[in-house]
Design a protein around this ligand. Structure first.
Ligand code: FMN
Length: 351
């Protein structure tokens, strides 16, 4: 029986345990998307996780979703991520950067231009823009040139991540951001080869994964999916078919991992285990209120190879040790999730 505290080979690295820090947007970068020293401190504090997956990082200016999120499309941002990677490695940890192009989950007030998406479908709801909550803008349907530019941005950002000394990148194809917008039929109403069928909706994601793998090697690339998720106004009707087409298209590329967020109404982790031959990281989702018991059970049963934690990781910099010793946990303070500053960020106590 495998335990959460056994080593695991993930791509080119070997992690000392199977407790992964889930990607979490924290809005602590500079106004121009440069990672700050506070971010280096935050990630280094969490170096005892087998693997840290960073917050969403925009691979292009047009892919930014929220204020004060970090980017990876210029030299200053790359240098900032090098400081983060050095701090994490100096403390003995490993870090992959999550490449998150927000697509239609953005606003002209954030990016200074109209957001882009597979189709010109405005998401329901509002976005925090820095000057209050505002209804989403109607996005512009991506042209063939836009698709090339977006793919290139992922490749360029992945190369920058490697240059910065990071261990790899996770392509964010979950939670309603650009790659997920291609997968879901309510946001993808294209009539070209990128829409209209499960295979077509998976095509842009597969092409992007392939391009990034060609550039940096499969052992430095992971991907995150959230089949059947409804966050950010996603609605999918062919969940198995579309995600099945995606996994069939990328399973042979030798990726470092597949990271699956379980969503109500669909056994995404189980489905992925059956359709994926590589390392599987599970996240049991917001609806699970006994995350630690589930994590043990998932890894011990072979349902996943590792488990990621979001809110518990944010609130407990030494989470792996706390899980191992079965000790009490700090409670996450949701008021400071996106507030900026050190409070609720680097001031959670260790044991
Ligand atoms: C503050 C916060 C920010 C998040 N930002 C991201 C993100 O940038 N990218 C992502 O894929 N998921 C993001 N998530 C989702 C988490 O990665 C995770 O899937 C979710 O919190 C459920 O796990 P948990 O129950 O362990 O918290 C975020 C969650 C929280 C709480």
């Amino acid at each position: 029986m495998t335990s959460l505290f056994e080593a695991l080979r993930i791509g080119a690295i070997t992690t000392p345990n199977r407790v992964v820090m889930a990607p979490m947007t924290r809005n602590r970068a500079s106004a121009t998307g440069v990672p700050t020293d506070l971010m280096s401190e935050y990630y280094a504090q969490r170096a005892s996780f087998g693997l840290i997956i960073s917050e969403g990082v925009q691979p292009a200016a047009i892919g930014q979703g929220y204020p004060h999120t970090p980017g990876l499309h210029n030299d200053e941002q790359t240098a900032g991520w090098k400081r983060v990677a050095d701090a994490v490695h100096g403390a003995g940890g490993h870090i992959f950067l999550q490449l998150m192009h927000a697509g239609r989950i953005s606003h002209v007030d954030v990016i200074g231009t109209q957001p882009v998406a597979p189709s010109a479908v405005t998401p329901a709801g509002q976005l925090f823009t820095g000057s209050g909550n505002k209804p989403f803008d109607q996005p512009r349907e991506m042209t063939a040139d836009d698709l090339i530019a977006a793919r290139h941005a992922y490749v360029d950002a992945a190369q920058r991540a490697v240059l910065a000394g990071c261990d790899g990148v996770e392509l964010h194809a979950a939670n309603g951001y650009l790659l997920n917008q291609f997968l879901a039929d309510n946001s993808n109403q294209r009539t070209d080869q990128y829409g209209g069928s499960p295979e077509n909706r998976a095509r842009f994601v597969i092409e992007t994964v392939r391009a990034v793998v060609d550039a940096v090697g499969g052992d430095k690339v992971g991907i995150r999916i959230s089949p059947n998720g409804n966050f950010n106004d996603m609605a999918e009707t062919q969940v198995e078919e579309t995600h099945g087409a995606l996994l069939a298209g990328i399973d042979s590329l030798g990726l470092a991992f597949l990271h699956v967020g379980e969503q109500p109404g669909f056994a995404g982790i189980k489905f992925s285990r059956a359709h994926w031959s590589g390392v599987l990281i599970g996240n049991t989702g917001y609806a699970d209120n006994d995350k630690i018991a589930s994590a043990h059970a998932l890894v011990e049963s072979g349902g996943a190879d590792a488990v990621s934690f979001g809110r518990l990781a944010l609130a407990n910099p030494d989470l792996p040790m706390r899980i191992k010793e079965g000790t009490v946990m700090n409670e996450p303070d949701s008021q400071t999730f996106y507030s900026g500053g050190a409070k609720g960020y680097t001031d959670y106590p260790t044991l």
